[in-house]
Write a protein that binds this ligand. Structure first.
Ligand code: GUN
Length: 309
């Protein structure tokens, strides 16, 4: 069997389109423009790329983008002062502080200093608690994107997530734990697997849904996957592409792969997200969705449909 491809790039475009329509309506009917502030401390190259893409896509959907690029030596106090200023700025509806932060800054302290209703990452302890108790919260972007794709996939088959056996591989605060909570909220039977889990292959073989978010290149192979299962690959790993030969300067070419071995898993799965072009594009689309949601909540307006958990 060869799996259907869940096209995250195309799905993300539809999410951004919905966001843009809602932003236009907010402007026209209420004179409100949602604003997203992104804070970057230091010059980590991957973070710089993410922040640039976030700013670009924020403007493309008609929202205001506020970028704050701080020197790597910025003190924790100065960063907290900036967040306090953004918390109190009525033009800012969403605040994202790009992680990781430099070692001299306490990440938890910074995350928990963001006003919960502006915490578009959904990392603040209040939002974690609200999600964990099934209450309305801001939801972390990557798991929200995975949930949207899963709901859409099953809806198209005339099914829902209710009663499905889901295994989430990875227990991070950013993906694994919130993903498990979201699937539980949609009435899946959820198991979180991690590096110490016994017989992880057999566990996965019993799953209707496998979400891989461990950060280990191509760890999940086809023999872990039940016939017809749905596989969501959150991993983004850069590995050597020896099959592509060498670059002109003699160095080895690189390629992006997920946590799932696509070649073998796609022979067993019913549907699978590719890397790249699967979960990746959904993360920023969901950040934009969260910002418009935060803006609506802040103004006591109806939330956009289909953009929240
Ligand atoms: N760094 C890697 N992923 C993320 C994310 O989802 N949010 C933030 N703030 N930083 C990140």
């Amino acid at each position: 069997m060869s799996a259907a491809i869940i096209d995250g790039k195309a799905f993300a475009a539809t999410v951004r389109e919905k966001v843009a329509v809602h932003v236009a309506r907010l402007k026209q009917d209420h004179g409100i423009i949602p604003g997203l502030a992104v804070v970057l401390v230091g010059e980590d190259p991957a973070s710089q790329v993410y922040v640039r893409n976030k700013g670009k896509q924020t403007l493309e959907v008609g929202m205001n983008s506020y970028e704050h690029k701080l020197d790597v030596s910025t003190s924790q106090e100065a960063l907290l002062a900036l967040i306090d200023q953004l918390n109190n700025d009525p033009a800012v509806h969403g605040i994202l502080c790009q992680l990781p932060l430099p070692d001299h800054i306490n990440e938890d302290l910074v995350i928990n200093s963001i006003a919960p209703h502006k915490d578009v990452d959904g990392f603040h302890i209040s939002n974690v608690g609200l999600l964990g108790t099934g209450q309305k919260s801001m939801v972390p972007c990557t798991p929200l994107g995975c949930l949207m794709m899963l709901r859409d996939h099953y809806e198209k088959k005339g099914e829902s997530l209710s009663g499905k056996n889901a295994v989430v591989i990875g227990r991070s605060n950013i993906v694994g734990k919130p993903m498990a909570n979201l699937l539980l909220k949609d009435s899946c039977t959820v198991t979180i697997a991690h590096s110490r889990t016994k017989e992880i292959e057999a566990l996965c073989r019993g799953a209707d849904i496998v979400v891989a978010a461990v950060g280990r290149a191509e760890m999940v192979t086809g023999d872990w996957i039940a016939d017809g299962a749905t596989v969501i690959d959150v991993g983004i790993n850069r590995i050597e592409a020896l099959e592509k030969g060498l670059k002109e300067d003699g160095s080895v070419k690189m390629k992006l792969v997920g946590d799932v071995d696509f070649a073998s898993a796609s022979q067993k799965a019913g549907a699978i997200t590719p890397v790249p072009g699967g979960v990746g594009p959904m993360t920023i689309a969901c950040l934009l969705a969260n910002t418009v949601t935060a803006c609506c909540r802040d103004n006591g307006l109806e939330e956009p449909e289909g953009l929240t958990a």
